[in-house]
Design a protein. Structure first.
Length: 531
């Protein structure tokens, strides 16, 4: 893939994903459909990926963004269900789906079938967690799905490597496979623990948001490469480092946090869009290489594998939910659960970018041995991903609405937010009084009053959301305040541009003035989005 092809792929996939946001069609499905159509257009180049760079190039940044945005404390509180899904379920699905594929597909070696099982085993819960937040599912379900997606990739990749070694005749034993899994898991966690503190120290020591964000772009690749270099799991190393840095994000300055969030959202958007577009672009060539398997026959196998993937998840989820509750200790420590929550978790097993990245990394030839039925494995992976996105992705929101699960208590959350803000405001007010009492911090009274006004505004803003709404507009006082504030900012911005155009101020001064307004508007927007 040359530079022009890469630019065209990124630009087109980003444009299609952006278009999908204006339609009810999920972006992955539209990207696959357009990519498939484009693959038949004369002049469209053949897009191929080097299997050796897919995993280290695509997975680290996607995992890092997810880890940084996750809650370490919530994950720790739900470690049992997360571990059962991210480790136990993935290994179970690898063996179960692999064995079913071996039985279903004639002449497919068991080792190749297990590679397929490992590839399609890890759900990509990005879409599921987005739906869960949008529909207001309980935080515990959202946390479990998100935690599963962070760790299950490491389990699946390790299982894939073991199965791949067996498929190409490297003669790995079950004991050797268990040992490699233990080394990869413990080693990956160890590498992450070793790297996280020095990296955080370096970030804080740089003291410049531009340098800190440059380092941020390198962190996932450094952690992944360092772990892989010693035979450990690069995925787990990235997750450990990402969780720690996300937990300590408050210790870097605000400019770094603002820039970092925007940069990583863009990186994840581009990578996910490009990978789904590549599915459609590559699918015709995979179909052409099916060899002894006809198209109708392959579609039948695809349906069988899809059904197996869906059923196997439920076979694991329900026992894993209720059997541990036979222990009184578990019942006392964890909240009660009925049949509805496992149903949502089971149906939220959409496959996505991770499965595609692993599938792309299957080598055509390793050590002089050709991988058996590689294109069939790729085809079954693609169809499983597409099938889960279409069937489960489109039906999950109506299923959640139908089940009428108890949603998040918005009033209680807002009340807790208001109480936290009040405590913080009191501490800030005490600090301000102590500072102003020192003659070295003397301020004119209007400026001192402005500091108190800003503090009072922050303290009252959340409480106002709990109050009565405007009968005409339906807005709370806080909503109206933010809307009017942004209207005023727009008016100021227009004046600055007019003054620049009239040459009364130069461009540098205008940019300085606009940045102040941008920061004020960003603060208002983030408060509104949090509602």
């Amino acid at each position: 893939m040359d530079a022009l092809q890469l630019v065209a792929l990124v630009a087109a996939s980003a444009a299609i994903a952006g278009l999908a946001r204006r339609t009810p069609v999920p972006a992955p499905l539209l990207l696959v459909a357009v990519g498939l159509a484009a693959s038949y257009v004369p002049g469209v180049p053949d897009y191929t990926l080097d299997p050796h760079i897919v995993l280290p190039l695509i997975l680290p940044p996607l995992l890092y963004t997810a880890a940084v945005d996750s809650s370490y404390l919530d994950l720790r509180a739900n470690i049992r269900p997360v571990a059962l899904l991210s480790v136990g379920y993935v290994l179970f699905a690898t063996v179960a789906v692999g064995w079913l594929a071996y039985v279903l597909v004639p002449d497919l070696p068991l080792t190749a079938a297990l590679v397929l099982g490992a590839v399609v085993a890890p759900p990509d819960a990005v879409a599921a967690t987005a739906i869960a937040r949008k529909l207001g599912l309980p935080n515990r379900i959202t946390t479990i799905l998100q935690g599963e997606s962070l760790v299950n990739d490491a389990t699946a990749i390790t299982a894939y490597k073991v199965a791949l070694a067996a498929a190409v005749g490297e003669g790995i034993s079950w004991a050797g496979g268990v040992g490699e899994f233990a080394l990869a898991s413990l080693g990956g966690i160890g590498v992450g623990l070793v790297l996280m503190v020095p990296i955080h120290w370096l970030r804080r020591g740089l003291g410049d948001s531009l340098l800190q964000n440059t380092l941020s772009l390198l962190i996932p690749f450094v952690a992944y490469a360092a772990a892989e270099e010693v035979g450990a799991s690069g995925v787990l190393a990235v997750v450990v480092v990402g969780l720690f840095l996300g937990h300590r994000a408050w210790q870097v300055d605000f400019a770094t946090r603002l820039q970092e969030e925007a940069v990583w959202k863009m990186v994840a958007f581009i990578l996910e869009s490009a990978v789904f577009a590549l599915i459609g672009l590559q699918l015709p060539y995979v179909v052409q290489g099916l060899g002894q398997y006809g198209m109708g026959e392959a579609v039948g196998y695809a349906v069988g594998v899809f059904v197996a993937v869906v059923v196997v998840r439920f076979v694991w989820v329900y026992p894993a939910t209720f059997l541990p509750r036979l222990s009184g200790r578990v019942r006392n420590r964890e909240p009660g659960v009925d049949w509805k929550a496992p149903l949502v978790v089971g149906w939220a097993g959409m496959r996505g970018v991770v499965s595609l990245a692993i599938a792309f990394s299957i080598p055509v030839v390793t050590g002089g041995v050709e991988f058996p039925a590689r294109n069939l494995v790729l085809f079954l992976t693609f169809t499983t991903v597409i099938g889960t996105l279409v069937v489960q992705g489109l039906t999950l929101p109506p299923l959640i609405r139908f089940l009428k699960l108890p949603g998040r208590d918005r009033y209680a959350e807002t009340l807790a937010e208001a109480q936290a803000q009040s405590e913080a405001s009191r501490a800030a007010e005490e600090r301000l009084d102590a500072l102003l009492a020192d003659e070295r911090n003397a301020l004119p009274q209007p400026l001192a009053d402005r500091l108190r006004t800003v503090l009072e505004r922050r303290r009252n803003a959340v409480w106002e959301r709990l109050g009565a709404v405007n009968e005409v507009t339906g807005e709370t006082a806080d909503d109206t305040y933010r809307r009017l504030s942004r209207e005023m900012i727009d008016a100021e911005r227009e004046v600055f541009v007019q003054l620049r155009d009239a040459r009364r101020i130069d461009d540098e001064m205008m940019r300085t003035l606009l940045r102040r307004l941008d920061l004020e508007e960003a603060a208002a927007y983030r408060e509104e989005a949090a509602d």
